[in-house]
Design a protein around this ligand. Structure first.
Ligand SMILES: NC(=O)CC[C@H](N)C(=O)O
Length: 227
């Protein structure tokens, strides 16, 4: 299999942290997925995006990210990457907001989204930066009997509604709140695994990317339109 190029959208937010954890995660994948099987690319232009087999959209500020993406001509290529090409994409925090079909608690006039997940998110569910917290999350997709994952929540969104025919699969909850969700090729988490030194979710996601490449892509489960 040719090396896979994993992009991290680098308009704003926790870019370096994701790249560092991806590099570490690559060393944990079972052979033949050795680190040499991957290259990592910070994505700022449509032509960089076109080189990627998979993409992470990091945390930051989704309104800013959308404005910058629009200015750089990246919004439509991102929509195509996620919804037409069906490439694996993972959004963390603001990245989850970008991948949602709808976002509430958004100022008048709304914000542009990429879409891909048939969900409505509520932004800033737990309040301001000052109300940031860490919570132990049981994440079944990491495997049976795995220890909890330390979820870092910073002005985090939650999935307040799974829309449509419920094609988005709930992957993790915090109390009653949905904080991890997956729909075909699209995965989103409310929290920031890249701000921990726990590689497990990055390892799991890279494993999904490798599987998708082996089988010619993950199923695209027609996602939300974005705003
Ligand atoms: N840590 C974060 O990514 C915060 C997300 C931000 N509150 C937003 O709505 O876009």
């Amino acid at each position: 299999m040719p090396p896979l190029t994993i992009g991290v959208l680098a308009l704003q937010g926790g870019v370096g942290e994701h790249t560092a954890l991806l590099r570490r995660a690559a060393t944990h994948l079972p052979s033949p997925s050795t680190p040499g099987d991957f290259s990592f690319l910070e994505v700022r232009t449509p032509s960089e995006l076109a080189q990627c087999d998979a993409l992470i959209i990091p945390g930051g500020e989704s309104t800013t990210m959308a404005i910058v993406a629009r200015r750089l001509g990246l919004l439509d290529p991102l929509r195509q990457f996620v919804k037409t090409d069906g490439k694996p994409v993972w959004g963390t925090c603001a990245g989850l907001v970008m991948l949602a079909a709808e976002a509430s608690a958004t100022k008048q006039g709304g914000q542009e989204l990429v879409g891909g997940l048939d969900v409505r998110v509520q932004r800033n569910r737990y309040g301001t930066q000052m109300q940031s917290f860490v919570a132990e999350l049981a994440l079944p997709f990491l495997g049976e009997g795995e220890r909890p994952f330390r979820g870092v929540f910073i002005r985090a969104p939650v999935v307040e509604e799974v829309m449509g025919e419920g094609r988005a699969e709930v992957m993790g909850v915090y109390g009653e709140d949905i904080v991890a969700v997956k729909q075909g090729n699209v995965f989103g988490t409310s929290f920031h695994p890249e701000l921990t030194d726990d590689v497990r979710i990055h390892v799991w996601w890279l494993g999904q990317v490798v599987e998708a490449a082996r089988h010619g892509g993950l199923p695209v489960v027609v996602g939300g339109e974005g705003a």
